[in-house]
Design a protein around this ligand. Structure first.
Ligand code: NAD
Length: 500
């Protein structure tokens, strides 16, 4: 049986904590590896290694740090196929999608190769007689990232790229369900020239997360996962004085106007709802049909498109999506399907009971569609995170905007329309962080930033983009006057810029 190890101070190690977790191959249902579930001792070793490596890294010029990141990016490109295969075997997403997982992470490494520009301070000359003010961005020290199972390469890269570019040491705690790629990333960064111990990977579950939150040497925590855990991480990290950004769950809505290009909308919706088996925080699990005719036409087209979907093993080039990550997660999703039925929603397409020939043990679930879902239903209010699409019917765009805005999550949303006026009103009013207009999955590109609103994100600054450089640095502002500049004697009142 394959064993996954921690990566601490440049070495793979099983650690001393006794716990072990199982890593499945979702396509077969079999356990393919064991992962150590570490805690205090492994974290202490990782922190020590990062504390030893970080000061010299911080003193290395941003241009030189960037040279390492350029090489890291080249190595990721070289190894993309291997990394994609590894993560797809643990997660279950199809290979083409797994390549996208690595690629979208790599794009943030590309972005932070601009670190010398991104970390530049500001300068104001002559704010007083002979006085200049300038600012600099300093790394925080050792920081940590805690990541979910569903993007084993992309989300770690979104965090560690900006943190390391900014001069920090990094402790990565990946999901125990998809742990292997994180170790590969650490080894590749070191191969690219990063000092040993700068990036460490510690495996574990809740106990390791609690150890990270309690560790005073860790100055910031970047978290992505479900909202209940995000909220806890946010509160616990802030209580110990750490900087924290904690991204949570989602329930993204796709609104379809009567004037929408229905063919384009349905193509987009089906890909966004069922791609990666719906296990994406930017998936589109809710459709809001605006107008009765839109609902009828949408339902008919969705049913037809769903009938043509192929669920298969990740290596099947014709598969549209693969299995869910674990049997327990599939059971959870099935529980929500039962709940939807019990709550009175109409189950139009039932994906339960699907089996893929030759893979009877795989965690597959067919595409599922509900119609006549009501806002008060629990199955609508909560995140399902599986291949289940729920349709609600409203009469006007205003009603649809109010529905979306009242939902507890506010990660992503999409409007399908041909009307610029409607799109503009929607963008202005909707209470959601990332908005698509005829774009079903509006994940911003690397030089913008990623973050939801409401229960989808706790904290202020987004992942990647310029926000990430702010998150992983602190600003020092220097006000300076050199001798020789005109003095005005001792001042006993607060200096101001008031014009007399
Ligand atoms: P999860 O919350 O179960 O786990 C996330 C991380 O927290 C893992 O590293 C896990 O080991 C740890 N963890 C789990 N339970 C914990 C607990 N009780 N205390 C402390 N730590 C704990 O999430 P997941 O199932 O791995 O990932 C799916 C979730 O992540 C979904 O809710 C999805 O919407 C969300 N997600 C959000 C974004 C975003 O950017 N907003 C992106 C991807 C995924």
């Amino acid at each position: 049986m394959r064993a996954v190890f921690h990566y601490i101070a440049g070495r793979q190690t099983p650690g001393s904590s006794p716990g072990r977790g199982e890593v499945f191959e979702p396509a077969t249902g079999e356990v393919q590896a064991h992962v150590p579930l570490g805690g205090g001792p492994e974290l202490a070793a990782a922190v020590q290694a990062a504390l030893a490596a970080q000061p010299r890294w911080a003193q290395t010029s941003a241009q030189r740090r960037t040279q390492v990141l350029f090489r890291f990016k080249a190595l990721l490109e070289q190894q993309l196929e291997r990394l994609a295969q590894l993560l797809s075997s643990e997660h279950g997403k199809i290979l083409a999608d797994a390549r996208g997982d690595v690629q979208r992470g790599l794009e943030v490494i590309d972005f932070v190769c601009g670190a010398p520009q991104l970390l530049k301070g500001e300068y104001s000359q002559g704010v007083g007689p002979g006085i200049d003010v300038w600012s600099q961005r300093q790394p925080l020290g050792v920081v940590a990232g805690i990541t979910p199972f569903n993007f084993p390469a992309m989300i770690p890269l979104w965090m560690l790229g900006p943190a390391i570019a900014a001069g920090n040491g990094f402790i990565l705690k990946p999901s125990e369900r998809t742990p292997s790629v994180a170790v590969e990333l650490a080894a590749l960064l070191e191969e690219a020239g990063a000092p040993t111990g700068l990036l460490n990977v510690v495996h574990g579950d809740r106990a390791m997360v609690e150890a990270i939150l309690a560790e005073p040497a860790i100055k910031a925590v970047s978290f992505v996962g479900s909202s209940a855990v995000a909220e806890h991480v946010y509160a616990a990290a802030a209580a110990t004085g750490k900087r924290v950004q904690a991204m949570g769950g989602a329930k993204n809505h796709g609104l379809v106007m009567p004037d929408a290009d229905l063919e384009q909308a349905v193509e987009g919706i089906v890909g966004a709802a069922f791609g990666s088996a719906g296990e994406r925080c930017m998936a589109l699990p809710v459709i809001v049909a605006i107008g009765a005719d839109t609902a009828v036409a949408l339902r008919q087209r969705l049913k037809a498109a769903m009938a043509g979907l192929r669920v298969g093993v990740p290596t099947d080039p014709d598969a549209d999506y693969g299995p869910l990550v674990t049997a327990a997660h599939r059971q959870r999703v099935e529980h929500y399907i039962e709940m939807g039925v019990a709550e009175g929603a109409e189950l139009v397409v039932d994906g339960r009971g699907l089996s893929v020939p030759g893979h009877a043990g795989g965690f597959f679930l067919g595409p599922t569609l509900f119609d006549h879902v009501q806002a008060g239903m629990r199955s609508y209010q909560e995140e399902i995170f599986g291949p289940v699409l729920q349709m609600l019917r409203v009469q006007t765009l205003e009603e649809a905007i109010a529905l979306v805005s009242a939902h507890p999550y506010g990660n992503g949303v999409a409007l399908f329309t041909r009307s610029g006026d409607a799109a503009r009103r929607f963008v202005e009013q909707v209470e959601v962080g990332m908005v698509g207009i005829n774009v079903p999955i509006p994940v911003p590109v690397a030089h913008h930033g990623f973050g939801g609103w409401k229960r989808s994100a706790f904290g202020d600054l987004n992942l990647y983009g310029t926000d990430s450089m702010r998150f992983f640095t602190r600003t020092r502002i220097v006000t300076q006057r050199w001798s020789g500049a005109a003095g005005s004697g001792s001042a006993f009142v607060m200096p101001t810029s008031k014009v007399d």
